[in-house]
Design a binder for this molecule. Structure first.
Ligand code: GDP
Ligand code: MG
Length: 435
């Protein structure tokens, strides 16, 4: 999606003067990019119609920087489409109850663990409840996650009544001073009546202040349909999009809000407990537009990494002084956090560099080896790396000159992108665009 949108917009940007004809052509490209990304056709048509109207309205054709203005309009519309503002979950009651619903394999149990960890970090006293009564393994899975994040898990392996289990857990929470109860439920492989009745009954019995519907973003258009069905029965409060670290096309994020009119509240981007983000429509829109989501990256960095280090690196990015040492330090910290593709995608210019890679932590070995074979001076001033230095580095790192060249070239592009963002930021354009 990103690539296609970028291409469409690049066409526009490249043109010194934008004519009505190439606005129309770009709109068409944008629409095609959206439908290719599994965005519902009607949603895609609506949004592109609005983009066109706005573009004409704001006189894109005669503005000084038509491409910029156009990008801004697309960004605004995508943001709006995904719900505008970030939405909090409702935490009300003593204890507050959060019900987790969705199909089997969508990522409910994993998300329950992540949410518990997220809330615990905010200083809340949380209890996790295993109300998946069909798979004994589900209880163990939640227990392992609970242990990992330091949150107690309530389960009754012998009890086959999910409502009862949840009610007992709530009573226990009250007695032991737990303030939030997260109820992880069973799912089926496909929507069926029995499951719907079960989860409806559970919701009625425990009256959660927040019901979250968890959906696998890789399922594309199906995700939207499932959301619709669950919403009709459950009238949930928010959506959690999971597996956005994979090659999900993101179309679900773009259509769910419109189709069910419920906000996406979290995105899950990996199997590790830290891989959870609050969903910010504007950031997602920027990401889709290939701007690189520096804000999320820095925030996440602050959570899991050393805050000072994150600040230091961010300051260097802003001063266009980001060098190979910083790059290496980021790689090493990022590696601690599990699937790195998504995180790296947030660094401006990095998306392109990694998009074809099948990334796991081993994928970085050659990159790390190359950087390690550079002298300190080469790391801070890559421009001095000439032919003979390249050869030395390739030999030292057990890689080829081509690999060294590629890394240098990509690093250079990354720095250019950062510089461009900095220029935009200092001239206020980026801020305007991100607002
Ligand atoms: P449930 O059946 O809805 O409880 O789903 P699980 O939480 O058991 O998740 C199903 C599978 O998806 C497990 O292998 C998880 O590790 C994996 N999973 C869950 N969330 C994510 C995610 O955000 N990214 C990736 N890559 N895998 C995930
Ligand atoms: Mg489960």
């Amino acid at each position: 999606l990103q690539d296609k949108l970028n291409k469409a917009i690049k066409t526009l940007k490249g043109q010194g003067r934008i004519t009505e004809i190439n606005v129309a052509a770009t709109i068409k490209e944008v629409r095609r990019a959206l439908t290719d990304a599994d965005v519902n056709y009607k949603v895609a048509k609506d949004i592109t119609d609005r983009i066109r109207d706005k573009a004409l309205d704001r006189k894109v054709l005669i503005s000084v920087e038509p491409g910029q203005l156009f990008v801004k309009i697309v960004q605004e519309e995508l943001t709006e489409l995904m719900g505008g503002e970030a939405q909090n979950i409702n935490i009300k009651g003593d204890p507050a109850i959060i019900l987790i619903a969705g199909l089997q394999g969508s990522g409910k149990t994993t998300f329950s663990g992540k949410l518990a960890s997220y809330l615990k970090k905010q200083g809340r006293n949380v209890l996790l409840v295993a109300a998946d009564i069909y798979r004994p393994a589900a209880i163990d899975q939640l227990k392992v996650l609970g242990e990992q994040v330091g949150v107690e898990v309530y389960a009754e392996p012998e009890n086959k009544n999910a409502v009862q289990i949840a009610q007992n857990a709530i009573a226990l929470a009250r007695k032991t001073g737990k303030k939030i109860v997260i109820v992880d439920t069973a799912g089926r492989l496909a929507v069926d009546e029995a499951m719907m009745q079960e989860i409806e009954a559970l919701k009625r019995a425990i009256a959660p202040s927040e019901t979250l519907f968890v959906v696998d973003s890789m399922t594309g258009q199906d995700a939207v349909n499932t959301a619709k069905t669950f919403n009709e029965r459950l009238n949930f409060d928010g959506v959690v999009l999971t597996k956005l670290d994979g090659d999900a096309r993101g179309g679900a994020a773009l259509s769910i809000k419109t189709v069910v009119n419920k906000p996406i509240k979290f995105i899950s981007t990996g199997e590790k407990m830290e891989a959870l983000d609050v969903f910010y429509p504007d950031r997602m829109a920027s990401r889709i537009l290939g701007m690189g989501d520096v804000i999320s990256l820095v925030e996440r960095a602050q959570q899991a990494f050393d805050e000072d280090e994150a600040k230091r690196i961010n300051a260097k990015m802003r001063k266009n002084q980001f060098d190979f040492d910083d790059f290496l330090s980021q790689l090493q910290q990022i590696k601690k956090m599990g699937n790195v593709k998504d995180l790296l995608g947030m660094i401006p210019g990095m998306g392109k560099m990694i998009k074809d890679l099948d990334i796991d932590n081993d994928s970085f070995k050659p990159i790390e080896a190359i950087i390690s074979s550079m002298t300190p001076k080469e790391r801070s001033r890559p421009d001095i790396i000439d032919g003979s230095r390249k050869k030395r580095i390739a030999t030292g790192s057990g890689t080829s000159i081509t690999q060294v060249n590629n890394l240098l070239k990509q690093f250079d592009e990354m720095r250019k992108m950062m510089k461009k963002m900095n220029t935009m930021q200092s001239s206020g354009k980026l801020n305007k665009m991100m607002r």
